[in-house]
Design a protein around this ligand. Structure first.
Ligand code: AGP
Length: 601
């Protein structure tokens, strides 16, 4: 998953492209590059390893600005992190330049079959694509669009691509194509843009065209033409992006993650305001959705990473309130190892980005089988919201930090509201959500406490555990993911009752073991497990709720309805992960090897 962006017909292409790349950096930051042209055909080709800021330095030193160009920030799939493997990739004769987001599954075969005489300078699948375009255009005499389309027609079925091509013989024109990877065209009267994510170019325009799989678009300074997979001209839907550029700025915060953790109270209020009217009546969930769900004999929640963890909590709401048996599946497993399905399944896709390739693959598969699906996403106008039968927003607002925080609590909240539309929670959910919002602020105000816990419990530690039972076990998985993905402390989230069946052998003097204890029914048992690991030298840190607290507990959570406690219990874990990462002088928002939106399988 990479970020690609292009502009044409603007006064200054370089600053516009660099700004877009900065905003797309959440998609990968191994290397970055840009190819620029002006109307006189002058150009510049600049690439650098590492963050966009390093590319910006090199480009500024170069001094060429251009009026059109393409740019890329990379998450390495094929080939190491080198300048040679950075995009744009170009054809050997310097005629064509290409940036790519996705994977070409059969690039080796294409290279052998069509390009045996061509000298390659990179290990990338993308260089094969641009060399093919050049072959078909220069050797076989096809037009640049025909050459582009022929190259695309040769890519394997499981290939995914967002392509942006420049033909130096046609300055100012961009050629875009997409399949599975997100790609949008932004239109304005001061130039047109192409981007992997509309939010990255909201400073240039709010008017966007969502390209569909198989589309090819020809973007000129003052026109945009889109053709479908049969090369027929098509009119794709336009939409206006309703976000304020401010929303994507971190303001006075040192990191987006801390800003997004603090925003969870406001997010909870916004969700309540969106899904409940003044009288407390549910709104915003069409009966088409609830009717379809009521017909189902089983719900299948499919997601990846943090969203999968949110589904583990949502399962409880759908089963306990809506009385519908619910399974939760890891998307990458479900995509190629589909379990036996019930007679009338209904699928729920959870995704912050709405672009996760693993979840997308499942959506394509179950759609082909004729099963209904609903996407709960933070980014609306995304592939998973557009392709599903139904979509509901989780309203967390732009989430920039790679480690997902507010999207998790928002996904849990919206699942609770959806389940309450299908069955009675047994309490006033709207009133309880108002309490949740207040209590979230109370917890995020206790930053110093979590800073100390991180310092004392995790100092010089290479591994740690989060343990819990029931819903707390589900939250422990998320808590562990937060700590390991940004601080690189090897952390396991664990069903506490399982410890004694093997893993407890890993406990030794000082091993940090965080216990999340918010569920009355299993509180005593979990206290027992805390004692078991303490007896073997573990440094135990108990995070519990007011009615369950005992002396020596590290943090006492305010109390809300027990089934909603996961929303509060995860916040100390988010902040402990944040401070443990700061203590290690690591980049909280851009952890190594990761990207915010995983658009390749
Ligand atoms: C979470 O912090 C990670 N960024 C990652 O696990 C993420 O949750 C996963 O890639 C799923 O992304 P999605 O919610 O955008 O589909």
């Amino acid at each position: 998953m990479c970020g690609i962006v292009g502009v044409t017909g603007v006064e200054q292409a370089l600053p516009c492209l660099l700004h877009g790349l900065q905003k797309l950096e959440y998609r990968g930051y191994d290397s970055a590059g840009v190819y620029l042209m002006d109307n006189a055909g002058n150009d510049a080709y600049i690439r650098e390893k590492g963050r966009v800021a390093k590319l910006a330095e090199k480009a500024k030193a170069n001094g060429f600005i251009g009026t059109s160009g393409i740019a890329h920030t990379r998450w390495a799939t094929h080939g190491n992190v080198t300048i040679e493997n950075a995009h744009p990739q170009k054809s050997s004769d310097d005629r064509f330049y290409l940036v790519h987001n996705g994977v070409i599954e059969n690039y080796q075969e294409l290279k052998a079959e069509y390009l045996s005489g061509v000298h390659f300078v990179s290990e990338t699948d993308t260089e094969v694509a641009v060399q093919l375009v050049d072959k078909f255009a220069t050797e076989d005499g096809l037009s640049n669009v025909e050459a582009f389309r022929k190259m695309i027609s040769l890519l394997g079925d499981n290939s995914a691509y967002g392509f942006l091509l420049i033909d130096t013989k046609e300055p100012g024109t961009l050629f875009a194509a997409k399949k599975k990877s997100p790609l949008l065209v932004g239109v304005s009267d001061h130039g047109n843009v192409v981007t992997s994510d509309a939010a990255a170019m909201v400073d240039v325009t709010k008017e966007f065209i969502e390209l569909h799989d198989g589309d090819i678009a020809i973007i000129k300074p003052d026109s945009v033409a889109v053709y479908d997979a049969q090369a027929e001209p098509v009119d794709r839907q336009h939409f206006t992006l309703e976000i304020d550029p401010e929303d994507t700025d971190k303001g006075a915060y040192p990191y987006y993650m801390l800003k997004e953790i603090d925003e969870q109270a406001v997010v909870a209020r916004n969700i309540a305001a969106h899904y409940f009217d003044e009288e407390g009546q549910l709104q915003g969930i069409g009966c088409a959705i609830t009717d379809k769900m009521k017909e189902a004999d089983r719900l299948y929640i499919v997601a990846a990473g943090t969203s999968y963890h949110a589904g583990l909590v949502g399962k409880r709401y759908f089963e306990q309130w809506a009385k519908i048996p619910t399974e939760v599946h890891i998307a990458s497993e479900f995509a190629y190892d589909q379990p036996m399905l019930s007679a009338k399944p209904f699928f729920i896709f959870l995704s912050q980005s709405g672009e996760t390739a693993d979840s997308r693959e499942v959506l394509y598969n179950v759609k082909k089988q004729g099963f209904p699906g609903l996407t709960l996403a933070n980014v609306m106008n995304s592939t998973l919201t557009r392709e599903a039968d139904f979509a509901l927003p989780v309203l967390a607002g732009p989430e920039i930090a790679v480690a997902s925080t507010k999207a998790y609590t928002a996904q849990v909240l919206v699942q609770a509201i959806l389940a309450s539309a299908l069955g009675n929670p047994g309490f006033d959910l709207k009133a309880e959500l108002a309490k949740v919002a207040v209590e979230i602020s109370a917890i995020t105000d206790e930053k110093e406490t979590f800073k100390k816990i991180a310092e004392t419990a995790l100092k010089d530690q290479k591994s740690a555990f989060y343990i819990g039972r029931g819903l707390d076990a589900a939250v422990s998985l998320e808590a562990a993911l937060k700590l390991k993905e940004i601080s690189y402390v090897q952390t396991e989230g664990f069903a506490a009752g399982e410890l004694k069946h093997g893993t407890i052998s890993l406990i030794e003097d000082g091993t940090p073991v965080f216990a999340l204890l918010t569920q009355k029914k299993t509180a005593g048992l979990l206290r027992g497990e805390v004692a078991q690991v303490a007896a073997r030298g573990a440094n135990t840190v108990v995070i519990t709720s007011k009615s369950l607290t005992k002396d020596g507990d590290a943090f006492v959570l305010p109390e809300v309805a027990e089934l909603l406690m996961p929303i509060l219990a995860v916040i100390p874990a988010q902040l402990i992960a944040y401070y443990a990462t700061l203590d290690r002088n690591l980049d909280v928002d851009r952890p190594r090897n990761l990207a915010k939106s995983v658009t390749v399988q």
